[in-house]
Design a binder for this molecule. Structure first.
Ligand code: UN1
Length: 542
């Protein structure tokens, strides 16, 4: 057995065109490196360049998940009883190590999931911000003292750890989102089994190693790689076996509902951050140039692969033509390519081949609905590339930006999330109609309005049913210390980030300490205060 911090990277080959290594990847269970029990593996591929294989990783079996759960349970008593400020100190060390290694981690994220370097840096910074925030939260983790209704009796509350948390995240924010989940989890004293995203195992391994380097005891975070349908499912199955005390999941609404059912029947808490069809309403009073920037960025930044990306763009009919002219001009000039190679691109490839396939399948819905395709030709190839494409399109999985107009609320493409660079455009008659459309999809994650009418902004933020709202801002870009999450089909109401997430990883323990030396009965032995009869003739005062 080799400890994670004693390991050197084992290079399997340097065959790829840029001379980058393909390494042997490992699970980390109880601090030790391990392969899958049956030797099965899968590879991680750079979506900007298919011949760049980053590594070979364990396709973890049910036994591997079970071993990881055993390690997490074994580590729980010591970790949960460690003083919270000390746990916070370890979390602070993680943040500092991430800062020291930020450039390398950013490049690794871009190599593995194809995000631009600028956006990878944003995702890593979000992980750093989370560590710095929760370092000091370890010095708070406040409970309350509460006055008793009886004399010589003290009441107080404590936050207690839940136990072992199963963590399952998507690969689009592979540094930020697992840190949103695991940092508050361990700050509260929980231990974790982390199923890394299938398309970002190397980055996840690097992050887990850094966590151990920061002083994290073995077994507090256990990393198992694999696919959602196998390894992820084994972790969820363990809820039925009574071995998991919390599941935190970011991904599709369909999978989230299935996880919620398993957790519900076992009375196990779960945090579900799911899909979105985020609306952006543009009103005539808006600064249109600013609004175009916001719509463009939230629709096509990250190749539309954020759960907060723009879905339905709702344009007031009075500015429709002008706005569309300005927006299409920008879209036609979009620079797309491998940002590792070509610098200032707006977006790179899809996160992986799987995301590319799913996207191409989903946009068929728009054609079937009879929406008008104004722009976009599916996959970018050397034969079919927009003028702003840089590099060799056939090396990776790149998509055209897609724009669909004449969309109405009875269409599937209005109601359903399209995870990728596609926006659906709806016309609104007036503010009321715009707000109605913004509320009409089954989702409620992010939302936004551009307006310079303060009353409209107020009516939008009070009338929209969503977990997050931007006013004169895009639908994306939540900060790491505000509550993140949705309502309706976007989640189960739990929140990530800031002080609010602590609710998701702890339970309240109420303690009463009877000092009187006798049994005093609540509600029954309480002194009763009689009201005093005193008549005042209020009428005489007027
Ligand atoms: C996600 O896509 O799951 O608010 C997270 C944002 C980012 C996080 C997105 N800070 O767009």
């Amino acid at each position: 057995m080799v400890h994670v911090l004693a390991s050197a990277l084992e290079v399997l080959n340097n065959d790829n065109p840029r001379g980058l290594p393909c390494i042997k990847g490992w699970n980390i269970i109880g601090g030790q490196l391990s392969s899958s029990s049956d030797g099965a593996t899968f590879t991680s591929t750079n979506p900007a360049n298919h011949s760049d294989i980053l590594g070979e990783f364990p396709l973890s079996s049910r036994d591997d998940v079970s071993a990881a759960l055993d390690a997490a349970h074994a580590a729980f008593p010591d970790w949960s009883s460690m003083p919270a400020p000390t746990r916070g100190q370890i979390i602070g060390n993680m943040g500092r190590l991430l800062m020291e290694n930020k450039d390398e981690i950013v490049r690794l994220e871009t190599r593995e999931i194809g995000k631009t370097l600028k956006e990878s840096a944003g995702s890593v910074q979000e992980a750093i911000d989370t560590c710095l925030f929760f370092q000091s939260e370890g010095r708070r983790l406040y409970g309350q003292t509460v006055h008793s209704e009886l004399p010589n009796k003290e009441l107080s509350t404590y936050r207690r750890a839940l136990g072992v948390c199963g963590i399952i995240n998507a690969c689009n924010f592979p540094a930020a989102v697992p840190f949103w989940k695991m940092i508050p989890a361990i700050m509260c004293g929980n231990t974790c089994v982390w199923k890394s995203p299938q398309d970002a195992p190397l980055l996840s391994f690097a992050l887990a190693r850094i966590m151990h380097q920061a002083g994290l005891p073995d077994g507090v975070i256990n990393l198992v790689h694999g696919k959602g349908s196998s390894t992820g499912q084994y972790l969820v199955d363990a809820v039925d076996e009574g071995r998991v005390n919390k599941i935190s999941f970011t991904g599709s609404t369909a999978v989230g509902k299935a996880i919620g059912e398993v957790c519900g029947r076992n009375l196990v808490s779960c945090s579900l951050e799911l899909g979105g069809k985020n609306p952006l309403l543009i009103m005539p009073s808006a600064d249109l140039e600013n609004a175009v920037e916001g719509a463009y960025w939230s629709g096509f930044g990250t190749a539309g692969q954020r759960c907060t990306s723009l879905g339905n763009l709702i344009l007031h009919e009075d500015i429709y033509d002008q706005f569309m002219g300005m927006l299409m001009e920008k879209i036609r000039n979009t620079v797309i390519g491998d940002s590792m190679h070509d610098g200032e691109v707006l977006y790179g490839p899809m996160l992986s081949q799987k995301y590319a396939n799913d996207f191409l399948e989903t946009i068929k819905m728009c054609d079937a609905d009879g929406a008008t395709k104004l722009y976009g030709e599916g996959r970018i190839t050397t034969q079919s590339a927009p003028s702003g494409f840089l590099g060799n399109a056939d090396e990776g999985v790149y998509m055209w930006p897609h724009v669909y107009t004449d969309v109405t609320e009875d269409m599937d493409c209005f109601m359903n999330e399209i995870f990728g660079p596609a926006i659906t455009i709806v016309k609104a008659r007036d503010f009321e109609h715009g707000l109605h459309l913004a509320n009409a999809s089954p989702y409620g994650l992010s939302s936004a309005i551009y307006t310079n009418d303060r009353l409209e902004a107020y009516r939008f933020k009070s009338g929209i049913k969503a977990g997050m709202t931007g006013i004169n801002n895009s639908t994306t870009g939540a900060e790491a210390h505000l509550p993140f999450g949705g309502v309706k089909g976007s989640g189960n109401g739990t929140r990530e980030s800031g002080i609010w997430v602590i609710e998701a990883y702890s339970y309240w323990h109420a303690v009463n300490d009877e000092l009187s030396g006798k049994l005093q009965l609540a509600q029954m032995d309480v002194d009763e205060i009689e009201m005093v009869e005193a008549e005042i003739n209020w009428g005489s005062l007027t």
